[in-house]
Design a protein around this ligand. Sequence first.
Ligand code: FES
Length: 132
Amino acid sequence: MGDRYVRVVETAALAEGGMTAVEIEGREIVICRADGRHYAIDRRCGHMNAPLERGTLSGTILTCAMHCAQFDITTGEALAGPVPHDWGTEPPPPKVGQHLGVIGALMEEIRTESIGVYGTKVEDGAVWVALK
Ligand code: FES
């Protein structure tokens, strides 16, 4: 049995470089428009689940807004993990520094996974997403 396409958004609703989140049959998906095409990806970041439509799209590279992990929206491949925050040179208050140390150690143990992608087509002025 082949993919089943579901109509999700009007093509006019997405400008080049735009992203919008949709929910289809319980799945959270982001529709992206890049290089004149439409792509559909899982909404949740492969690092810590942030909503990816809040990130930025440069060509077909999406950067998560939370810790700047990057994904190729054509394949879902995780291209880069999170970027450590620059806290500057001034030492934080001791309890804050202790907390940041614990968080930093945990962050080093968290993998950034690739995300799922879906087939798309444009028909009748709308973007359709292929569901399996
Ligand atoms: S949640 Fe996306 S980079 Fe951390």
